[in-house]
Design a binder for this molecule. Structure first.
Ligand code: 15L
Length: 278
């Protein structure tokens, strides 16, 4: 099949469905596909009768194979979503990420939308503007696991023909929570738009995009997303007062303020801030 004729997904699996982003997306994607199968370690709250939930631990390949069986596409949000000790990151994001892509290959899944994170590039300085071609610069073990996920995604796309969209999500909330988030914020509607591009775009093969709204203070060149038709409607600056209010409640973070990843960079930081970071 030529790239231009690839059909959009009909049966979709959402991993990490009980988490914050999973809960938002589950609502936004409702009714958009013939089947939306939800999965997580624990059942999501308020599961409707019309919703299908299948429990699975991502570290268990046999369990992951069961949840991917029969779907056309996967939105992979599952795993650890903040910095944690290596054992937890390794189990859920490294082993879990591998299991997810490998199960997708074995079951001939066509597409994966991978929830990557801004923390894969968190150690770039805030006075730089980076595109998706910049080398990864993780700011945490968590960020490393997201860079690993992007690499896995590229391998499965290039070698096995999977169509993959990696979204380096900034921070998805109704309103940006502080000054750093004015640069990286994405509204739930804009994130849903990007996810649907990943599930439906006819000529997608492998792409990394930034999961950010139309933010005046953005640090990212999101041309790759725009080429795929992304038209964000949210603007962080419309919520400036809310962000400043949130900022006023935060402790000072002079190291974090230098880098895109903020507190993920200053946590455990032992380097020279003048010479470290990209
Ligand atoms: C992330 O990747 C996390 O999942 C989320 O909890 C926030 O910390 C976000 O990044 C952020 O950078 O604000």
């Amino acid at each position: 099949m030529t790239a231009a004729k690839a059909p959009k997904a009909k049966r979709v699996l959402l991993t990490g469905a009980a988490g914050g982003i999973g809960t938002m997306l589950r609502r936004k994607l409702k009714g958009a596909y013939a089947e939306l199968r939800l999965s997580d370690i624990a059942a999501p709250k308020g599961l409707g009768r019309d919703e299908t939930f299948v429990q699975a631990d991502l570290a268990d390949l046999a369990a992951v194979e069961k949840i991917v069986e029969g779907v056309d596409a996967i939105v992979h949000l599952g795993g650890v979503s903040v910095e944690q000790p290596w054992d937890a990151i390794h189990r859920a994001n490294i082993v879990g990420g591998y299991n997810l892509f490998e199960a997708a290959r074995r079951h001939r899944v066509k597409r994966v939308v991978f929830a990557s994170s801004n923390h894969a590039v968190g150690f770039y300085r805030r006075n730089r503007r980076i595109g998706t071609g910049a080398p990864v610069r993780p700011d945490s073990r968590y960020g490393v696991s997201k860079a690993f996920g992007e690499a896995l995604a590229a391998l499965y796309a290039d070698k096995y023909g999977l169509r993959v969209l990696c979204i380096r999500i900034g921070n998805v909330t109704e309103k940006p929570a502080d000054v750093r988030r004015l640069s990286i914020w994405i509204s739930p509607d804009d994130l849903a738009q990007l996810v649907r591009i990943g599930l439906e775009h006819p000529s997608l093969t492998y792409e990394i995009v930034y999961g950010a709204s139309d933010n005046a203070r953005s640090w990212w060149d999101n041309a790759a997303a725009f080429r795929l038709g992304y038209r964000p409607a949210g603007r962080a600056e419309d919520h400036l007062a809310h962000a400043l209010e949130g900022q006023a409640k935060l402790p000072p973070d002079p190291i974090g303020d230098l880098f895109e990843g903020g507190p993920f960079c200053s946590s455990e930081f032992a380097g020279d801030p003048e010479t470290r970071g990209g």
